[in-house]
Design a protein around this ligand. Sequence first.
Ligand code: ARG
Ligand code: ZN
Length: 472
Amino acid sequence: MSIRSKTTAAVASAAAMAFFAGTALAASPGAPGAGDPYFPKYGNGGYDVSHYDIRLNYNPTGDQLSGTTTILAKATQDLTQFNLDFLLKVKSVRVNNVPASFVSDDGELTLTPRGGVRKGQDLTIVVTYADSPSTVKNGNGFTAWTKTPDGALAIGEPEIASWWFPSNDHPTDKATFDVNVAVPTGVEAISNGTFVGQTRQINGYTRWNWRSTKPQATYLTFLTIGQFELRQGTTPSGQPYVNAYSERLGDNADAAKASIERTPEVVEFLSENFGPYPFEAQGGVVTPNLGYALENQTRPTYDTGFFRRGANTYVVAHELGHQWFGDSVSVHHWRDIWLNEGFASYAEFLWSEHVGEGTAQENADFTYDLYPADSEFWNVLPGDPGAGAVFDGAVYDRGALAVHALRVAVGDEKFFEILKTWVAEKKYSDATIEEFIALAERVSGQQLDQLFQTWLFTKGKPAEAPGRSADV
Ligand code: ARG
Ligand code: ZN
């Protein structure tokens, strides 16, 4: 053994030590949250997801869900470990084909990939799991997954993903989706986007394959399983649609159809006001057991109760309004919820005027008069309602009044230019209320701080209904 070779070895190991020392200094655990002030544990840091492939089996008898989610992502920093948001029992995890150790704790699945991850590295994360989701509770003792008599509903806002797929569960990290779910043949399994067909499985199961090709938030990704009547076809604008009606709608079934079947008409009307419809498919799902409606991307879900007095196209206009305001342009923080609910509620005012049931101004007057000045309603700030009040009535109704106040202040031409510019500039992305105000000021050339201060950020009933004419 020569001195020379010994020297070489020493040099080599010094270089190796320097390399690992450098890595150890830069690499750190990914943050367990996305930095949302209302919900600090939602989402995670250190990586960016581009695609989810969710491949599951569901047995409605016994609420048994099992399968695999494959996540394509890219590391945004050097990582020693990182988190996914997930509540179900995990069987195995692989990162780039190598088994990774993992720990599940209160909705955070922490992965430690062997050798760490470098900034910019492509990640393929494979998580296999099996659980009975309706029995799984989050830290608040709450279950978002709903077991129904004939299946299940994975629908919720802001929380649902953690009950059926591991994710970076925050609207600031959207991705495309394939949702492929096998259920007993004869049962329907419905999700977002385009229906790509069925595949027969072993043991009497049929797999339903759905694909979303536009960026989609985790909470807007849904799964509905049960006995449904499906209606599908192509809209006049050339888009595929699938509507699904639970076989348990009873007397509401026809009123539901008289509403949901008009989805393409409502989309067409809203497109004239907001700009082109942002997605590749349309539809609606009507079911009992939900208790509200939710703007699931391309295919909102409606509780049957909305149709108990006949057709209700207002809720359709609301949920479809969200396709622009909420789904394509998403909240940056959940605090920005007015960007969703204020504008979806205003879509109802616009629809009312369109169908001749009252102008937007008349709806604004009516809404303003609905709440007396001493009502608690006026103490919830649509611009910052608090984590416990993101769906408070004030976010919707006072939120719509704020939108109308803007319209009155800038005039119709600038108002619709603001809406269209907003959805075009922020398409498939996320945004804050502050960014909306800045854009409204830019497009209108007006100083609007006082208006938004009054309608979004100040407690108490503003002195006047926006735009009400003095002689009425
Ligand atoms: N974004 C839905 C809508 O306005 C409301 C969701 C309410 N969520 C709930 N858990 N109730 O249509
Ligand atoms: Zn809404």
